[in-house]
Structure formats: C-alpha cells, structure tokens
Design a protein around this ligand. Structure first.
Ligand SMILES: Cc1cc2nc3c(=O)[nH]c(=O)nc-3n(C[C@H](O)[C@H](O)[C@H](O)COP(=O)(O)OP(=O)(O)OC[C@H]3O[C@@H](n4cnc5c(N)ncnc54)[C@H](O)[C@@H]3O)c2cc1C
Length: 467
C-alpha cells in the first residue's frame, strides 16, 4: 500500500522531520531480531505524545495505510515486519517515567521506556521491575507481546504485571483500561485483551506496571548434570514441592559451548541449571538447602552458589546473551528460535522427544529454557540462504508444535506469534480463532493495525511484502 501524497503532507505537518523516509531508518525498521526475512515500511514516524499517535492513526486509518507499532524491535517472530508496507510508528521517544508510587508498588511509564531504564530509575527506591526478556525491550513492546523472561517463575509474565493501559484504538480514540487497584471485577478485562495483542488492536501509549521490593537476600548458583533429563526432573520436582525459586534456567551442553566461547566463561560442557533465590536470609538459606538436596538426588555436581553481586551479574549476563552467543557460532547465520511451553509434568517428555528428533540435524542446535515455567527454546543456527536448512528447521518446528499441543501446551510461551507462528494458531485454537477474528474486525475493521500478524493468512488480508 503506497502512502498517498495528501496523507504524507498531513503527517509532515504534524511531525515535521519526525516523519521520515530516510533509507537507513527504513532499513533499521524492517525486521526484528529473529530469523525471518525483512519487510520494510515506507516511512517511519517518531511521535512524542499520545495526541500525536492518535493523529497519525486517524490519518492512516482514513487512508487505509497499514500501521506497524515499534518499541525496541527485539521481537523474534517477524512481529514488527511491515508485511503490507505502510508506516512504522516508533514509540521509543515516548520514554518518560511518569509516576512511581512507592507506597503502592506501581509505576506508570511511557511505552518507550525500556526495562533496564526503569530499573536504573528505581535503583535508589528499593524497588524493581522483574520482567526481563533477554533484550532491553520497551515496556510497551513487552506488554504488546505478553513477554516474560528468567524471573517469570517467581514474579509472573507481563500478563500478571500490567495493571492498566492507555491505548490508541485504530479509530484514533484514546481509551484507558484497568486501574491502579490490585484487583478488579469491573467488566470485561480489556487490559488482558491488549496485553499480547502485538499491535494488531491498537497502540499502547502508557503502561502501569507492578513493582516489587528488592529482596533482602539474593543467591545465585549453578549445577551441572549428566543428562538433560536429570536436570529437568529436578526442576519439575522443585516446582511441585513449591520451592519459590526466582529463576531456574536450563542450558544444554551445546548452549554451554556457545556461551563459554562468547562470554569467556569456562563452565563444564554439560547440561546446566542456573538458579536464583530471593527472600529473607533465612528463607534463601532454606531454599538453597532444599535445592542442594534435590541436586544430590539427581546426581548433579556440587551446588556452587554465591551472593557476590558481580559474579551473579556475570552469570545472568551470559545467560541473557545466549542468543548472540549462538549467532556467533557461524558466520552470517540466523537463529531460528522456537518457544514451546508445556505443563511442567510433561516438560521432560517434550524435551526428550524433541532432542531425539534433533539427533541427525546437520546444523548447530541448542536447547535453552525457562524450565520452571515449562518453557524451552530451540536455537537452530541456520544459513538463511540455504533452502534445505530452512525446510528442515520448519519441519522440526512443526513436529515440536504437534508434540507440544498433544502434551497440553502452547506454540508460544513468550515470544508471541508475529507472522512466523501464525500457521500454528489454527492448530492451537481451532474454532476459538474465529472469535479472535471477530474481535480484530470489531476494533480494526479496515485491518490497518499490524496486518498479517497473529491471525493466519486469509484471502481478505493484503499480500506480503518480504525482501
Ligand atoms: C536476545 C533476546 C532475548 C530475548 N529473550 C526473551 C525472553 O526471555 N522472553 C521474552 O518474552 N522475549 C524475549 N525476547 C523477545 C523480545 O525481547 C520480546 O518480544 C519483547 O517483548 C519485545 O519488545 P520490544 O520493545 O523490542 O518490541 P518490538 O519488537 O518493537 O515489538 C514487538 C511487538 O509489539 C508491538 N508493539 C511494540 N510496541 C507497541 C506499543 N507501544 N503498542 C502496541 N504494540 C506495540 C509491535 O508491533 C510488535 O508486534 C528476546 C529477544 C532477544 C533479541
């Protein structure tokens, strides 16, 4: 869809040089960080207020120009690719921290505030915001993808941590959903509808999130296992026993190879669990004791743990950089990532069957997971120009999702659908997908909001614009 001259002039009148068709900026906004091909927008807008967002949306909706919201562009499923061209609305300049209510443990921020920026701001308050996707994503983008990360096993995902939103609807109307109250039974839960909607229903222009007190004591630790099955069995038992671990991450031996190389560590090359415990000194000591016993029962290596801040940061930084460690394993590679999530009691089986399926794969593959949530990722390090590798990765992914759904799980624990996983929406939701389409159509009858995402391709949607 071409941006017509009248709309362009209107946008320039409102935004000045914050409306741009600069080739470099367009290129930078053509794809996120995943494996999927780029699809560039025709222009990028940088609004600084809700009123500007609303004005842009009214113009685009009136002229049927597709809109792709953009936070930090770290999403992995083609969520920000402009499949139908149109305008990318980059919200990163709406990055003001508006209110911190320390007494109520909440904060209200612009959508472009990043998670690290918020935590830096909170540094002297004794509070923190726990949701931590590996990348320094924006709070708006994280709300839009219902993101989570290593802390979700203890603190929940964005679903649990967003209290209220301000949203610009496709009509340009501005609404508020939710409130600062910790619970509400007042009508349909529109906050939950927009959390995870990936920019297909509206633009989030303000987010109110929950905050938490920085724990009195934090201990991190590592243990290595003979096989992935033992590590996963331990985690399952730990969750079933209700040990309130704050983080528990599985890195298989392949991931350790990559992480050691990239982050200059010398961890033994074996399936490994990274743990972190939060609480009072007594509670953390108790958690460490219980987990040490479980490690022994599952023949893990001696539990090396520490309260040292620097050592802890080094470990978790290496974990968060795992995606880039995989990319560094092969020149010009892309990491074809998956995001299956199953009930915890089926996790060991799902990972075992998946690893069997990977036995003869010719490219480097890692298994890494937020295993306390039943969520794990394959990182298939493929040559994006090799059709055979693409097809094989797709086949593995298809079989993984079939297996996951059979085990009662979901095709996406946290990365969202974008267009990369749209085909699995039929498999997972069956006739409930029709209700999603009705909701989409009711709010966005002209299909201008991030077209081609979440809902699988339909003859009614415009064609794709991949390069
Ligand atoms: C190294 C690495 C590690 C990662 N680890 C994790 C992880 O552990 N857990 C996890 O959940 N994710 C993870 N991700 C994925 C990514 O960081 C998340 O999906 C994140 O929430 C995206 O935020 P963003 O600001 O980059 O959004 P973007 O990528 O810019 O956008 C994501 C989607 O949200 C929409 N959107 C963005 N802002 C808004 C807005 N204000 N209003 C409406 N729609 C909007 C976009 O249109 C798009 O559909 C990782 C990514 C990388 C590169």
């Amino acid at each position: 869809m071409k941006i017509d001259e009248t709309s362009k002039q209107e946008l320039v009148r409102i935004l000045g040089d914050r409306f741009t068709q600069n080739a470099v900026l367009i290129d930078q906004h053509a794809r996120g960080e995943g494996h999927l091909p780029a699809a560039p927008p025709e222009a990028v807008c940088f609004p600084v207020s809700t009123a500007e967002v609303s004005a842009i949306v009214k113009i685009c909706n009136g002229a049927r120009i597709p809109i792709v919201p953009w936070g930090a562009g770290t999403s992995l499923e083609g969520n920000v690719s402009a499949l139908s061209g149109g305008i990318c609305i980059d919200l990163s300049r709406m990055n003001d921290i508006r209110v911190v209510n320390a007494a109520d443990l909440d904060a209200t921020v612009g959508p472009g505030v990043t998670r690290k920026q918020l935590n830096l701001f909170l540094r002297d308050t004794g509070l923190f915001f726990p949701v931590d996707p590996g990348a320094d994503a924006t709070i708006g983008g994280m709300a839009a993808t219902r993101a989570s990360g290593t802390n979700a096993v203890r603190y929940g995902t964005m679903k649990a941590n967003v209290l209220a939103l301000e949203v610009v609807l496709p009509s340009g109307e501005v609404i508020r959903t939710g409130s600062r109250a910790r619970k509400s039974a007042a009508g349909y839960d529109l906050t939950s509808l927009f959390v995870g909607s990936e920019g297909t229903l509206g633009l989030i222009t303000e987010v109110t999130v929950k905050l938490y007190g920085v724990p009195e004591s934090i201990v991190s630790g590592v243990s290595h296992f003979q096989d992935v099955e033992s590590a996963v069995a331990l985690v399952t038992e730990m969750v079933q026993l209700g040990i309130p671990v704050a983080r528990v991450e599985l890195l298989d031996e392949q991931t350790i190879v990559a992480v050691n190389r990239y982050s200059k560590l010398d961890l033994p090359v074996a399936p490994t669990l990274f743990f972190e415990f939060h609480g009072s000194a007594a509670s953390v000591t108790d958690q460490v004791k219980q987990v040490s016993e479980l490690i022994e029962a599952h023949s893990g290596s001696k539990f090396m743990h520490s309260i040292d801040h620097e050592e802890r940061n080094r470990l978790w930084h290496a974990r968060h950089e795992a995606h880039y460690a995989l990319l560094a394993m092969r020149p010009n590679a892309r990491v074809y990532g998956t995001d299956a999530c199953v009930p915890i009691s089926r996790l060991a089986e799902c990972i075992r069957l998946t690893r069997e399926d990977l036995e003869r794969v010719p490219f480097f593959v890692s298994v890494i997971g937020h295993v306390g949530d039943g969520n794990f990722h394959l990182g298939m390090v493929i040559d994006p120009d090799d059709v055979n590798e693409w097809e094989l990765a797709e086949e593995i992914h298809d079989r993984l999702i079939e297996r996951t759904l059979t085990l009662g799980g979901t095709c996406s624990g946290e990365h969202g659908i974008g267009y990369g996983k749209a085909k699995y929406m039929h498999w997972e939701h069956k006739n409930a997908l029709g209700i999603m389409a009705i909701v989409k159509n009711a709010l966005d009858p002209n299909n201008v909001m991030n077209p081609g995402k979440i809902l699988p391709a339909s003859p009614e949607w415009p064609s794709r614009n991949l390069v």
